[in-house]
Design a protein around this ligand. Structure first.
Ligand code: FMN
Ligand code: SF4
Ligand code: SF4
Length: 256
């Protein structure tokens, strides 16, 4: 069984391709995460968990979900990350988590895909050419990853240095606290009240009031699902997202 969360389609694409090549099923975890549904998941074949990388790790809500959910049947588990190019300590922490659950961790790999984090000015926007190149390269690697999994091999990625653990493990919560406030989210008058943003939020923190979204709470996962999936690009995050192009895998597709 291929399990996945995806905000802007990169991971969904990787998961669905892997499931097809492995002749297995894929399961989108969004509704389970939103509803706090921790009912056990059974898989005859090894589990393959596909996830974006958030601040050098698995998304925290996905870690929490996996901690509480029993994976039964096959004991083996692989991780496949999609990222903007740096998975950091994500694979190491995922391995630890799975070992604690009594699973057999079969390693992880990373597919470098277009970055979707537009509420962040750390990196320049990618050119159309670079976006397409990344998708093409990732598409080419997926069958290789699938073949390794099919043969039961351990997925080997790069060595993670101790300093990466020392720097990124404390960095992640600090970033989330300082940079992931929901306050800058606002909606333009062009909003058509379709509720898509509210339905896609993995944390379920967007409420509709007078047919407009309202972000509740203080912080969120910054997954970018609301902002990137709005059909009329009505959502902004402070001034950071103004004039920035929106990204979703579906705009490019596998034939990028
Ligand atoms: C909050 C957030 C943090 C991110 N942090 C990283 C990161 O540390 N390293 C990286 O390479 N990419 C990072 N990214 C980029 C995503 O991992 C990447 O674009 C991913 O493929 C998106 O997957 P999706 O389209 O399935 O949602 C981040 C994206 C978001 C939204
Ligand atoms: S997805 Fe966009 S148009 Fe739809 S309710 Fe949310 S902000 Fe409005
Ligand atoms: S509010 Fe938007 S960015 Fe934040 S977790 Fe929900 S969907 Fe993701």
């Amino acid at each position: 069984m291929v399990l996945y969360f995806s905000a802007t389609g990169n991971t969904k694409y990787a998961a669905e391709q892997l499931a097809m090549l492995l002749e297995d099923e894929s399961l989108n975890l969004l509704e389970r995460i939103r509803n706090g549904d921790h009912s056990a998941i059974f898989s005859e074949k090894p589990f393959v968990i596909c996830s974006p990388v958030y601040v050098c790790e698995l998304p925290r809500f996905l870690t929490d979900y996996l901690k509480k959910t029993e994976l039964c049947g096959n004991r083996e588990v692989y991780f496949v990350f999609t990222s903007g190019g740096y998975t950091g300590v994500g694979g190491i922490l995922a391995g630890r988590l799975m070992k604690k659950k009594g699973m057999i961790f079969k390693g992880y790999t990373e597919l470098k895909m277009p970055r979707n984090y537009i509420a962040n000015d750390t990196y320049p926007e990618l050119s159309e050419e670079e976006i397409r190149k990344r998708i093409r390269n990732a598409s080419g690697r997926i069958p290789v990853v699938a073949e390794s999994i099919r043969k039961g091999k351990i997925l080997k990625y790069r060595h993670v240095w101790l300093f990466e653990l020392i720097v990124t493990v404390p960095f992640n919560p600090v970033w989330c606290r300082i940079r992931q406030s929901v306050k800058p989210f606002h909606v333009r008058d062009t909003c058509i009240g379709c509720q898509k943003c509210a339905k896609l939020c993995p944390l379920n923190i967007i409420r509709m009031e007078d047919k407009k979204p309202v972000w509740t709470g203080n912080y969120c996962a910054h997954c970018m699902s609301c902002i990137q999936n709005c059909p009329v690009c009505a959502i902004e995050y402070g001034k950071i997202t103004q004039k920035k192009k929106r990204y979703h895998f579906r705009k490019y597709g596998k034939d990028a």
